[in-house]
Design a protein around this ligand. Sequence first.
Ligand SMILES: [Zn+2]
Length: 287
Amino acid sequence: MSGAALSIDLESYWHAELLRTRVDRAKMADRVEEATRPLLDLLARRDVRATFFTVGEVIESHPDLIRDIVAAGHELACHTYTHRPLWELDEAAFEEEIVRFNALVARVTPGVQPRGFRAPTFSLSPATAWALDVLARRGYAYDSSVFPMKTPLYGVPGAPLRPYRPASNLVEEDPAAPLLEWPMTVWRIGPVTVPVCGGFYLRVLPMPLILHGLKQAAKSGPMVIYLHPWELDPGTPRLPLSAQDRFITYHNVGDPMRRRLERLLDAFDFQPMGAMSRQWMMDGGDR
Ligand SMILES: [Zn+2]
C-alpha cells in the first residue's frame, strides 16, 4: 500500500511551542478563521480530504468552522485540549484533556467520534508513552506523534518509518498493541535522515529535495505530511523573537508555504489518515 495522508494541525499561531507562553491572548486575535478558511477552499478546489488534528480550545472558540470542516468530508482528530506538550503532563492530567476533548466534540459535532491523535510538538517519547494507554481506553484507534529522528526538541530515533503497532519503547513493534502509529515521513539515504514531512522542514528545505525525498519514501509505504494553517496565513503576526526563533517560526510563512502545499497537491494523492488506517489494517499491513 502506498499513498499519502494529509494532516493539518489546527491551532492558532499562538499555540506554537516558541510562542505558547509569550502571547497575551486577551490582546491578540487568534486568526484561526483567516488562516483556515482559504485552506479549506484550496482543498475543496483540489477535491482533497485531510485529517484535522484540532486543539480543543479552537473547537470551543470556532464551532462553526469545525462543523464546516466535518461537512466538507474532512476527518476531525485530536491535538489535545490546550496544546500543552506531554512532557508537561502526567497520565491523569492527559486523560482529563482527552475526556474534555471528546465531550466537546460530542457537543459541537454530534455523532463524530475522534479516532486519531497527535501530541503537541511531537512530544510522544518512551517517557510519555502512557499517553497511548489513555488513548486506547478513550476510544482512539491510531496515533501520529512519532518523529523518527532526533531533533533538538523531540524525536524517537530508531522508530520504524512505516505504520506499526508500537511497544512502550516506541521503537519495537508489538502486534498486540491497541493503537496503530503513523510516524512522520523521513527520507533515509545512507546514514542521513532528511525530514521531508512538512511544517518547518517544508518551509525551509529546497522544494526539489522535498519532492525527490517524498517520491523515494513513497516507494516503501504510505506517507504522512503535516502543516499548520498559520503557516499559510500572510497575516500571521510577526512577534519579536531572537533571530534563530524568528527563522524557525516565520521563514516562508504565508504565500511561499501555500505555493509549496500546492506543489505537494500536484504531486501526490492525499487521503485522511483514518481512512488510510482502515485500509492498512484491511490489507494486513501490520501483520
Ligand atoms: Zn500543534
